[in-house]
Design a protein around this ligand. Structure first.
Ligand SMILES: Cc1cc2nc3c(=O)[nH]c(=O)nc-3n(C[C@H](O)[C@H](O)[C@H](O)COP(=O)(O)OP(=O)(O)OC[C@H]3O[C@@H](n4cnc5c(N)ncnc54)[C@H](O)[C@@H]3O)c2cc1C
Length: 428
């Protein structure tokens, strides 16, 4: 991708743009692509190289995702991407080889009707209950009251075995260390998304970033990387994004950055974004390259840990080598140290039969990256991103809207880009 501007040049223009997008992760890139496609003039800035947490690094021949790993096929984002002509290429991990750690033992993880019926993890009564729920999971999600998932399970008389199983699956699908505290609707909705499968992407999520940027630039957007927005002033007729390379003047602004950054740029939190976004999620991550292990996935139901083989499912590793990613989900109030989390991850990957440190061809440890800048909570309405539409101010990201993770970013980016372009062009 060769379309970003020279980071030393001035970005000030005599002609204001219709839409300025601050933040070039999946949310900002989607907003820019959609706004430009609908005919608006668009400029996007990012303080680093574009892509945010969807960037991928290369190391020793391996492609390592910085953030996103599994793209939900029915999560909402996939449809937005394909609508823009961005077709994610990758494969679905084979669920027949999924295993669980259950009360300390490695056992098959039930993933479909047949494996559930034969599983020794669940009682007959729990299997019946699970079968009934999974026969109409979307209906169950849509009709769930605004209560915590843990209370929902209790209220629906889920026994301890079923709770343990479903909470582990929900942790995997939501990246929430404490899925019992999520609203039941959000948890069940994400289980629906998970049941429809995920894809691990060939060449990493960087391919999505590059393709989205290409779509935006082809539609006329300009992209300014390594350009930090320091303040957003003015409005509602004309806004200025202040940068060290001069101000960028625009009719509409999309802030596709964390909630605290959006509030900081405005010097105010006019729609209570920080409070409404909810607590952020972090995870400790260990990537391991080398010899393959016996399991596609080892999900702990005892602790917030999992490890999955990402290559050779997707093209991310040199020929003949495997790439595994292990995660330790971190609750907002987690007080463990990086070395304690690393030790837990090492213990889990040893249980999964993966090579120890000295026998790996590559390893990378990320202590506590932010997975999402917010999680939904019972009784709190998440930001829609459109609350300040009449002022020409929009927000997008994984803390906006009803969806979770990258789907929230892409779908809220699409909504913000569409509305920002419409507002700017009506006003012009
Ligand atoms: C370890 C990990 C695993 C994950 N796994 C999954 C997964 O399997 N599935 C899934 O769906 N999601 C997953 N996610 C989440 C997913 O990666 C994110 O939800 C998504 O990439 C966020 O995109 P975004 O555009 O909202 O934010 P970001 O990618 O964070 O983009 C925000 C951008 O704003 C820029 N910025 C910030 N401040 C400024 C400023 N002042 N001026 C200019 N630019 C600024 C930043 O540089 C950044 O590029 C994972 C994340 C992590 C960390």
């Amino acid at each position: 991708m060769t379309n970003t501007s020279d980071a030393t040049s001035n970005i000030t223009s005599d002609i204001p743009v219709d839409v300025a997008v601050v933040g070039g992760g999946l949310a900002g890139l989607t907003a820019a692509a959609i706004a430009a496609r609908s005919g608006a003039s668009v400029a996007l800035l990012d303080s680093r190289a574009i892509g945010g947490r969807a960037r991928s690094a290369t190391r020793d021949g391996f492609t390592l995702n910085e953030g996103g790993h599994a793209l939900y096929r029915a999560g909402g984002g996939w449809d937005v991407l394909t609508g823009l002509g961005v077709h994610p290429r990758g494969s679905t991990p084979p669920n027949g080889a999924f295993r669980a750690v259950w009360n300390g033992a490695v056992v098959p993880l039930p993933t479909d009707t047949r494996s559930t019926l034969t599983s020794r993890l669940l009682s007959l009564r729990s299997k019946r209950r699970l079968g009934a729920w999974f026969s109409d999971l979307p209906g169950l999600a849509a009709g769930a009251p605004d209560i915590e998932f843990g209370d929902w399970l209790d209220g629906n008389r889920a026994r301890a075995d079923l709770q343990k199983y479903l909470l582990a699956l929900t942790r995997l699908a939501t990246y929430s260390a404490e899925p019992e505290h999520l609203p039941a609707r959000a948890a069940l909705h994400q289980l629906v998304a998970g049941a429809n499968g995920v894809a691990y992407l060939d060449g990493g999520w960087q391919r999505l970033v590059d393709q989205l940027a290409d779509v935006a630039v082809a539609a006329g957007a300009s992209i300014h990387d390594h350009t930090t927005a320091t303040a957003v002033t003015g409005g509602p007729e004309e806004w200025a994004v202040e940068t060290a390379r001069g101000p960028l003047v625009a009719a509409s602004i999309v802030l596709a950055v964390p909630p605290a950054v959006a509030a900081g740029l405005l010097g105010d939190d006019p729609a209570c974004w920080c409070e409404r976004a909810g607590p952020l999620n972090r995870a400790a991550v260990l990537d391991i390259g080398g010899a393959d292990g016996p399991h596609q996935l080892l999900l702990s139901t005892d602790e917030p840990l999992y490890v999955a083989r990402h290559a050779p499912v997707a093209e991310l590793a040199p020929e003949g080598q495997a790439l595994h990613t292990a995660m330790r989900y971190l609750a907002p109030d987690d007080t463990g140290t990086a070395s304690e989390h690393r030790a837990e991850l090492e213990r889990h990957v040893a249980t999964a039969g993966l090579p120890p440190t000295g026998e790996r061809t590559m390893e990378r440890f990320l202590a506590a990256p932010v997975v999402t800048w917010g999680s939904p909570r019972v009784g709190v309405a998440r930001p829609t991103g459109l609350e300040l539409a009449d002022r020409g101010l929009f927000v997008a990201g994984d803390w906006v809207g009803d969806l979770l993770l990258a789907d929230a970013s892409i779908v809220s980016g699409a909504a913000a880009g569409t509305a920002a372009a419409r507002r700017a062009m009506v006003a012009a």
